[in-house]
Design a protein around this ligand. Structure first.
Ligand code: HEC
Ligand code: HEC
Length: 248
């Protein structure tokens, strides 16, 4: 997952160093004191950190990847710095979002995680994104009720995601095990609050019949979560699945 600098970049940097040496420092606008090839743990440039560690899943420029868009001002307004720092450092257990912080066995220093958080904020946040609206809390304040969630689903989601969540004319299935097995309840909550940029999936404000409350979101997440298979990825009913297979 962690890649060292591709050779072409290293060569370029070395070549740039020669140019500095050959042409004499005083005639160049660059800063000759800078080390042209920083060690991996010294890279603090957001673009390099994001490209090398995150873009493969969250997309170039923070959108259009397989994992959710980070370059979404509504998401950036929802989540605080401490939460971003914690998720990047520790990852989200059981998902493809692995820990990146050295303190959790990853490769990035505290300063590099800070540089990522700061870079996302300066590039992708927009203070007026919510137009003064207050989003539901990022973390569910209380557990949801799956039975009430079925009603929320029917009233606010089925018109796009189809009966039972198995896909409709406008949007795909969100109730099948292979999807639910890879996504945490928090991620479901996040997506229901912020929507999916670039698609018809609205943020919490634009649902029908009206803005979703924090409790309604918890309830519909509980309804979806109740359909998550006990053994994701295995083609067995949970009752017949081996208690401990060869894979962990
Ligand atoms: C106006 C149509 C519309 C409504 C209403 C809607 N969605 Fe969506 N939703 C979409 C579209 C479009 C996507 C993008 C993925 C796709 O095309 O299937 C999406 C994506 C999602 C995803 C992410 C799926 C993935 O594969 O990453 C979740 C979770 C989700 N919706 C849940 C809900 C829930 C819960 C509700 C009701 C509270 C809801 N949606 C209401 C259209 C809608
Ligand atoms: C191998 C794929 C992968 C890589 C690489 C990756 N992520 Fe993720 N990321 C995910 C997935 C999948 C999720 C959703 C996990 C879940 O279901 O909770 C996620 C979730 C997140 C979230 C939480 C979203 C929320 O709900 O609040 C943040 C923030 C995030 N990633 C940032 C990053 C950053 C920054 C990097 C680079 C340092 C990165 N990710 C690298 C796959 C990846």
């Amino acid at each position: 997952m962690k890649r060292s600098n591709p050779p072409s970049r290293v060569l370029l940097a070395v070549a740039a160093g020669f140019v500095v040496v050959l042409s004499g420092c005083d005639s160049l606008p660059g800063r000759p004191g800078d080390d042209p090839v920083p060690r991996p743990d010294e890279v603090l440039d957001f673009n390099a950190l994001y490209r090398d560690n995150c873009s493969g899943c969250h997309g170039n420029g923070g959108k259009g990847g397989a994992a959710m868009s980070l370059a979404d001002p509504v998401y950036q307004a929802l989540v605080d710095d401490a939460t971003l720092h914690r998720i990047i450092t520790n990852g989200l257990p059981g998902t493809l979002m692995t820990p990146f912080g050295q303190s959790a066995g990853g490769m990035l220093t505290e300063q590099q995680v800070d540089a990522l958080v700061h870079g996302m904020r300066t590039r992708w946040a927009n203070p007026s994104a919510l137009g003064g609206a207050t989003p539901p809390p990022y973390t569910a304040p209380s557990p949801g009720d799956a039975a009430r969630g079925a009603d929320v689903y029917q009233g606010s989601c089925a018109m796009c995601h189809g009966p039972g969540g198995h896909g409709g004319a406008v949007a795909g299935s969100i109730a099948d095990g292979s999807f639910l097995g890879l996504v945490t309840d928090q991620e479901l909550r996040t997506m229901i609050i912020v929507g999916v940029p670039g698609t018809a999936m609205p943020d919490w404000r634009s649902h029908i019949p009206g803005p979703l409350s924090s409790q309604e979101i918890s309830d519909v997440v509980a309804w979806l979560g109740a359909q998550r298979p006990a053994f994701p990825g295995q083609p067995y009913a949970s009752g017949s699945a081996p208690a401990s297979g060869g894979s962990q």
